[in-house]
Design a protein around this ligand. Structure first.
Ligand SMILES: [Ca+2]
Ligand SMILES: [Ca+2]
Ligand SMILES: [Ca+2]
Length: 196
């Protein structure tokens, strides 16, 4: 049984990041959509090294995710399949699948826009803002999570990431690694049409 608390965290990641086109389900089109969206935002063009890296990693994540989670083989990862997948992970977080490790690395790489091997509040909140999360909320989350530190390096990030998917404890700092998991996302964020 997955607790309501963990389910909330898992569905936050599902809705805010993986279901990029906001269709209510995850399939290959979400990954293609996210590649296009992120590349456009960063100014990465086809053939650029970073565009290619993003594409390769995203497709590896999709293939691994589908293989592991898509129990009924319909080409979609439903919310139920997604929750079951991460429940399996939580039972043994040190035995993550390759695609889960790639996903963790990719998130860190996308956040560390300055390429100094650590992420700060600006980098953290900017990426999540592009996925429709409130920027100020994300900055608050970063501050709480970092516990006084200005930056989070790669070993620290991995530790927080594991906590997010496995922890039942509501006080764990890792619960904030994907921003505010109880806040709603802005469904129009990818169209850039919303005003403040
Ligand atoms: Ca979708
Ligand atoms: Ca399925
Ligand atoms: Ca950085």
């Amino acid at each position: 049984m997955v607790s309501d608390f963990r389910k909330k965290k898992l569905l936050h990641v599902y809705n805010a990041f993986f279901d990029a086109d906001r269709s209510g389900s995850i399939n290959k089109a979400d990954f293609e959509f996210a590649i296009t969206k992120i590349s456009a935002k960063r100014g990465w063009k086809h053939g650029d090294e970073r565009h290619q890296k993003l594409k390769d990693k995203m497709m590896k994540i999709w293939e691994g995710l589908q293989q592991e989670a898509d129990e009924n083989n319909d080409g979609e990862v439903s919310k139920e399949e997604w929750t079951a997948l991460w429940d399996k992970y939580a039972k043994n977080p040190t035995k993550a699948s390759d695609w889960q490790n790639i996903y963790c690395e990719l998130t860190f790489w996308l956040e560390d826009t300055s390429d100094d091997g650590a992420i700060d509040a600006q980098e953290f909140s900017s990426l999540y803002e592009s996925f429709g999360l409130d920027k100020e909320e994300s900055i608050d989350c970063f501050k709480k999570m970092a516990g006084g530190k200005q930056k989070i390096d790669w070993p620290h990030f991995q530790e927080l990431w594991r906590e997010y998917f496995a922890a039942e404890d509501k006080e764990k700092p890792g619960n904030l690694i994907f921003g505010c998991y109880v806040c709603s996302i802005n469904p129009d964020s990818h169209s850039h049409s919303h005003s403040h």
